[in-house]
Design a protein. Structure first.
Length: 400
């Protein structure tokens, strides 16, 4: 027997709550069952032709490294995008990253030491756990609740969770997995906490373009806290470019920027073709987001209406992103989501959901909740809701 061991870090790295059910989905498909994938934020909206053409028609003789911060032409171009969104920066405050994931990891690594703590309102993007473990950082969850639509928890909940090891707060706005859109007032509350306790405020704004009512207010628009704010961003969802793996790390804090650059240099450079795609995307017509946002809003309205029409189901109306969280009359979300794929079918169809337990840091929470990504067309969402409604009638672990 080998005496080799894996690292403690590797042992504690959690599996993805979004992807862990994939083997069951694959088995269902092999049995001929159609699976509607509402478990993952992979949009079915086509990547803009203009963006794909820029990659296809790129002309160079050597596919070389870019600057570690990313191509200057792209960084200058992306500044134009942010200016249109009332975020004023310069290209020397931007590091292009390998997806938003690397931007988050750079933030954790540049601003925190092993054993430090980051406060995150829960439920939260599950991969924050993985980035925290990679950086040796401890996540301190503060619970928000489905009953009030997952609004920002009271300031008192933040205050009592802050210790001498607390170094940052991270907020995803609009939120993944809840779809909650934090208001300007709520962002101001977070600013005051950050200033009072000398904390970093990490802002994950991957879904900025998809707000359905209130206007998005960026952490970079907060006044008087330039040294505290770090923006993490990505083109993945914005332009339906998940496979490009292009994100951005943005801060006006030069010390943080210079530190993150050392991590950027260690990985050499971000993807070349992805940068070409990202640069081209900035020149999309002004109405591009009007069209895509209208599609997502129609899907959201249908999904929420169908869910709330089901007996003993509750789904708050999300203000942004393309996710919704629903409370179901079930005993255990993990069991239910696996049962949907292993044992259930309706007209030779079923639906794949993400159990909410993986989005909570507090053990035991989310057992009756699921996340649904409304990334499929209207007909597919209707069919998926038909499956879910029948499944809830038949599920042996149904509870109220």
């Amino acid at each position: 027997m080998s005496t080799l061991t894996i690292s403690k870090r590797g042992h504690h790295m959690p599996p993805s709550p979004i992807r862990k059910l994939v083997p069951y989905s694959e088995a269902a498909r092999k049995k001929g069952i159609k699976v509607y994938h509402l478990n993952i934020g992979q949009p079915d909206i086509e990547t803009p032709q203009h963006v794909l053409d820029a990659v296809r028609h790129s002309d160079f003789k050597i596919l070389e490294y870019s600057h570690s911060a990313g191509n200057e032409s792209y960084r200058r171009k992306i500044v134009e995008y942010y200016q249109r969104n009332n975020i004023h920066i310069n290209h020397n405050q931007v590091i292009i990253t390998t997806g938003g994931s690397e931007a988050i990891l750079f933030g954790f690594m540049a601003c925190m030491d092993p054993g430090d703590e980051v406060i995150i309102p829960e439920p939260y993007y599950a991969n924050y756990n993985g980035f925290a473990i990679a950086a040796g950082v401890n996540v301190v969850p503060i619970t928000s609740h489905i009953e009030n639509g997952f609004a920002l928890p009271p300031i008192e909940d933040f205050e009592k969770s802050i210790t001498d090891r607390t170094k940052a707060i991270i907020v995803c706005n609009p939120n993944n997995p809840t779809g909650y859109l934090y208001s300007k007032d709520e962002m101001e509350v977070l600013k005051e906490i950050a200033l009072k306790h000398n904390l970093y405020l990490f802002a994950d704004e991957a879904y900025r373009e998809f707000c359905y009512g209130e206007k998005h207010f960026s952490a970079m628009q907060l006044e008087g806290c330039d040294d505290n704010v770090v923006l993490m961003d990505t083109i993945s969802k914005r332009y339906s470019c998940c496979g490009a793996r292009i994100g951005a790390f943005i801060t006006r804090n030069k010390k943080v920027y210079d530190t993150a650059m050392k991590f950027a240099q260690a990985r050499l450079s971000p993807p070349a073709f992805g940068q070409i795609a990202g640069e081209a995307a900035v020149d999309l017509p002004d109405d591009y987001f009007d069209i895509t946002k209208a599609q997502y809003k129609a899907r959201r309205d249908l999904l929420v209406k169908r869910l709330n029409a089901m007996k003993d189901v509750y789904c708050p109306n999300p203000g942004g992103a393309f996710y919704a969280m629903a409370k179901l009359p079930i005993d255990d979300a993990d069991k239910f989501c696996q049962w949907l794929l292993e044992e259930f079918q309706y007209n030779n169809q079923t639906v794949m959901l993400a159990p909410a337990t993986g989005f909570y840091g507090t053990h035991g929470l989310g057992k009756k909740e699921v996340r649904l990504a409304y990334v499929l067309n209207i007909d597919s969402i209707n069919a998926a809701m038909d499956c879910l409604e029948k499944a809830l009638e038949q599920y042996p672990g149904r509870q109220v």
